[in-house]
Design a protein around this ligand. Structure first.
Ligand SMILES: C=CC1=C(C)c2cc3[nH]c(cc4nc(cc5[nH]c(cc1n2)c(C)c5CCC(=O)O)C(CCC(=O)O)=C4C)c(C)c3C=C
Ligand code: FE2
Length: 426
């Protein structure tokens, strides 16, 4: 697993960040309160997995800035680590003539840059200074390989079957130019400048080896904006992420990560990311009365509680019927249709960013969800659930799936290793 560390540290420009462990409290899991990094973990619904260090009162940086996520670990950072307030998703294609050797050199460069920036250090070549003064700010950089990468590098025989293209869904309106790609990078941080700094550094590192294919920018709530840590809200106003698998669940690892002994061996402790740019038809959605909006999801908008009663964390009672004889959580409610118990146990870890790219040509807001979900096998996670949603989800008329990607995200690098080394050098 990747670890999160909340430390007082020298400004980002310093080559030697100060990590004075003797002056910090180590908080093991989500059980504690008071640390911004920890609070975020609880709020994200995708986090709280990592060890968090809190600074003492003399910290020169606010705790948001000083929170650090470890680059090395069993899993890559940015999967089960807390969701951040700024995200960039970017796919690259290898340049004509670039193959396995160039890809290996690129992953080596990218890994060193990610390691340095996640530690709050400047990059080793020509740091742009954009993140000067800021701490690591929970920066995570996560790397993945797309289906086409294996053809481009002459390694088609090493491609996992899990990367087979996703099936077509009837409601898809996908733009191929904004879909897939040889390589994929997910950047997240709790400071927009820190995130942008990392994005630029990685783009520059790509040099002549790879070219950006598409880029998407997203956001979530800023840590500290709410009175207490809360699950995120999306741009439809719903509490979104409640029923995510929890890192404390006995089957969390099995659902989200390829086992140690999994195949192919280079994917051990890795995960598969499905990325969808889902436009929300907000002009239509916002006209829907509140009670109907709640029926569409099956949960209350105010606090995310199931319509069958209780609080946000109360289990949905899918077998509850109202006095009218109808199910309290409608048969086509999104949360019912997507629930693992309705899909043979299929589950995924959703870790999304909202996006807003201004006004589209048709005059409507170009806004929605950069849906990213993580699973050990997309055929037992995203695919069956999306198949079912595609057939009769009450939310579908308010959505448009505009872009799609599927990426193999290898396990975390060991010290001295770069991401993907076990694929590229064995
Ligand atoms: C194929 C997977 C899914 C897509 C695509 C998807 C899109 C999507 N969802 C929301 C809003 C909510 N989703 C909620 C729950 C939920 N959604 C999925 C899967 C997909 N969603 C799952 C597996 C679940 C959990 C179901 C369960 O176990 O109860 C909820 C309810 C709160 C929660 O649990 O998170 C909301 C709200 C939007 C807006 C959207 C596309 C833009
Ligand atoms: Fe959903």
């Amino acid at each position: 697993m990747s670890e999160t560390k909340n430390s007082e540290r020298a400004p980002a420009a310093s080559a030697e960040p100060v990590l004075d462990l003797s002056r910090r409290k180590l908080l093991a899991t989500v059980g504690g309160v008071g640390a911004a990094g920890l609070a975020l973990g609880a709020a994200a619904g995708a986090g709280g997995y990592a060890a968090v260090e809190t600074p003492d009162d003399t910290s020169p940086l606010a705790s948001v800035g000083s929170t650090q996520v470890m680059f090395h670990g069993k899993h890559q950072a940015g999967i089960s680590t807390p969701l951040q307030s700024t995200g960039h998703l970017i796919a690259f294609d290898l340049a004509p003539g670039a193959g396995r050797k160039e890809a290996a050199a690129l992953l080596r460069r990218w890994s060193e840059t990610a390691r340095a920036l996640m530690a709050g250090e400047p990059t080793s070549s020509g740091d742009t200074g954009v993140a000067l003064d800021a701490g690591p700010s929970s920066l995570t950089v996560t790397f993945g390989f797309g289906h086409s990468f294996f053809d481009r590098t002459g390694m088609a025989d090493r491609r996992p079957a899990q990367l087979d293209p996703l099936p077509d869904f009837s409601a898809d309106q996908l733009d191929p130019k904004r879909s897939n790609g040889d390589l994929w990078v997910q950047i997240g941080a709790d400071d927009a400048l820190v995130a942008f700094h990392a994005l630029r550094a990685l783009q520059r590192d790509a040099g002549s080896a790879a070219r950006p294919r598409w880029q998407m920018n997203g956001f979530n709530r800023t840590p500290g904006a709410t009175e207490k840590p809360m699950t995120a809200r999306n741009l439809m106003g719903q509490v979104d992420g409640t029923n995510n698998p929890k890192t404390t669940d006995a089957d969390f690892e099995r659902r989200v990560f390829v086992p140690d002994t999994g195949q192919p061996a280079w994917m051990a402790n890795g995960s598969y990311a499905v990325v969808r740019r889902i436009r929300m038809l907000l002009d239509t959605w916002e006209k829907l009365p509140l009670t109907e909006q709640e029926q569409v999801i099956g949960r209350k908008k105010s606090n995310g509680a199931p319509l069958s009663g209780g609080t946000e964390t109360t289990k949905m009672r899918l077998d509850a019927f109202g006095p009218d004889g109808k199910p309290v959580i409608p048969a086509n409610a999104h949360a019912r249709i997507a629930a693992p118990e309705q899909n043979g146990g299929a589950a995924m870890l959703r870790r999304a960013f909202s996006f807003h790219d201004g006004i589209a040509a048709d005059g409507t807001p170009d806004a929605g969800l950069l849906f990213v979900c993580w699973q050990a096998d997309p055929l037992h996670g995203f695919v069956p659930v999306q198949r079912k949603l595609d057939r009769g989800d009450a939310l579908s008329p308010f959505l448009r799936h505009e872009a799609s990607g599927l990426f193999a995200v290898p396990g975390g690098p060991r010290a001295g290793e770069y991401v993907g080394q076990r694929l590229l050098e064995s």
